[in-house]
Design a binder for this molecule. Structure first.
Ligand SMILES: Cc1ncc(COP(=O)(O)O)c(C=O)c1O
Length: 457
């Protein structure tokens, strides 16, 4: 057995792959990636691919940046870990909290950050903070979380309950509690209200008010939404959506959580997605691009009112009794500081806006293929929605994601990793992507899509 055969054999015997189809894995084997640099990765056979999805939406600065690796090594040499509980902390955690808050608009009035290991943990943490906040405010019935269909907030029991993609819940029902409710998404292409975008009266935002009134305003703790829905199909909302949501949250005393796990730190062409609509959240979930994947890290960012309430109103004997072993990890926070420095010094947020405009322009030619129903782009996150028929917008194939999985395979054969997400091909290249690489990504899709059509339509 050579090295690759040995690894494939061991993988087959012992690895459980997340978000992986068992039959595909048996048939095609694992895709073993061994190296990465800039906007490219290399597999065990030495074949190179353009990373058109930043790993998992997260490798904002591109692969192999020495600056972050060095910061990790230096921190490892000095302090690899100590307990984050009982008042202990470390310099990188303190400095990164200050840095993250300083990147947010002042009127958000953000103050404090608890770092976690990723997005799901962050959202679970936030839901608990919301409950604690309302209980301390004397509104102990306020427990419920409202989110949207097509929203993705993670897969731990709490965050999965808020996630609005039914496919991801199959076999894992019931949710953590019945205190999670979903409303329609601002998904104009598939508007549940059946309204054309030109006649939109923001019924999707109006549904939030209906849901709050139906559930009872005294029972609703928070609304959570991604400024731009990501895994559910890259769905930027209609103009006016977020201001209406903010208004409704204020009217009924409901906390507004912006899940910026994908959109945070430049992906959409602004530092935070909420900034496109002057949205002022009460709590922000961050993860992914905070370290560009060089170390697992997320963070719950809360405003001064929430922190002040917990600090002032918890009984004297009572600590904030929530925490994970790896909260405020010194190495993760050192990676975060070096990563954010790289983003700022290399003006990657501006590059995301510029390259996003270029990507949007180049993607338009895919409309020449009959299965391309819609193309949505917001900075460097994009979706190409695949349909059997532009009129009916039905999916191709009997099973969900049949066609997009096939396009993903065909694109991969052409040296580009783009991801199948529901009935969309999702793109989220590193913020360091170049025009030449974008041309190659679009070329690969432009030849993969008609091949899929000839096989499946
Ligand atoms: C918007 C959003 N929230 C939360 C999560 C969950 O993050 P993680 O996979 O790090 O748990 C994701 C992951 O893709 C996400 O896109």
């Amino acid at each position: 057995m050579n090295k690759k055969e040995r690894l494939v054999d061991l993988d087959d015997k012992h690895s459980l792959h997340p978000f992986t189809n068992f039959h595909d894995l048996k048939r095609q084997g694992p895709r073993i990636i061994v190296e990465a640099y800039d906007n490219r990765v290399k597999d065990i056979d030495g074949k190179e691919y353009i990373d058109a999805f930043s790993g998992s939406w997260n490798v904002a600065i591109g692969h192999g940046r020495r600056e972050v690796a060095d910061a990790i090594k230096q921190q490892m040499d000095k302090l690899e870990y100590f307990s984050p509980f009982f008042r202990f902390t470390n310099p990188p955690a303190i400095e990164l909290a200050e840095k993250v808050v300083s990147l947010m608009p002042q009127d958000w009035n953000m103050g404090h950050v608890l770092f976690t290991c990723g997005g799901s943990e962050t959202n679970d943490t936030i839901f608990k903070i919301c409950r604690m906040y309302w209980e301390l405010k004397g509104k102990s019935q306020k427990k419920k979380i409202i989110s949207r269909r097509f929203g993705y907030h993670g897969v731990t029991m709490g965050s999965l309950s808020a996630t609005g993609i039914d496919l991801f819940k199959m076999y894992f029902e019931p949710p953590a509690s019945s205190d999670f409710t979903h409303i329609m998404a601002p998904y104009c292409y598939r508007c549940e209200a059946g309204v054309e975008a030109s006649n939109c009266d923001l019924e999707c935002a109006g549904q939030l008010e209906e849901a709050i009134r139906r559930e009872g305003p005294d029972t609703v703790a928070a609304f959570i939404g991604e400024p731009v829905i990501g895994a559910g199909g890259v769905v930027p909302p209609h103009e006016g959506y977020w201001s209406k949501v903010r208004e409704i949250c204020d009217k009924y005393d409901v906390l507004l959580i912006a899940d910026e796990v994908i959109t945070g730190f430049g992906r959409t062409g602004k530092m935070f997605g909420s900034m496109h609509w002057n949205l002022r959240p009460d709590i922000v979930a961050v993860a992914k691009s905070i370290t560009s994947g060089y170390f697992p890290l997320g963070g719950a960012v809360i405003n001064n009112d929430i922190y002040g309430t917990m600090q002032k109103d918890l009984p004297e004997f009572m600590p904030f009794l929530h925490g994970y072993t790896y909260n405020n990890h010194p190495v993760g926070c050192a990676a975060g500081l070096a990563n954010l420095k790289y983003i700022e010094e290399n003006r990657l947020v501006e590059n995301a806006a510029r390259m996003g405009a270029y990507l949007e322009e180049k993607l338009q030619r895919l409309y020449a293929h009959p299965s391309v129903g819609d193309i949505r782009v917001m900075g460097l996150m994009a979706a190409v929605e695949i349909v059997k028929d532009r009129q009916t917008k039905e999916q191709i194939g009997a099973l969900p994601m049949d066609s997009t999985h096939r396009i993903e395979e065909l694109t991969y054969e052409r040296g580009v990793f783009a991801r199948a997400g529901l009935e969309n091909m999702e793109l989220a290249p590193p913020l360091t992507i170049t025009e030449e690489e974008i041309d190659k990504i679009v070329d690969a899709l432009d030849s993969a899509i008609p091949q899929m059509e000839s096989e499946m339509l």
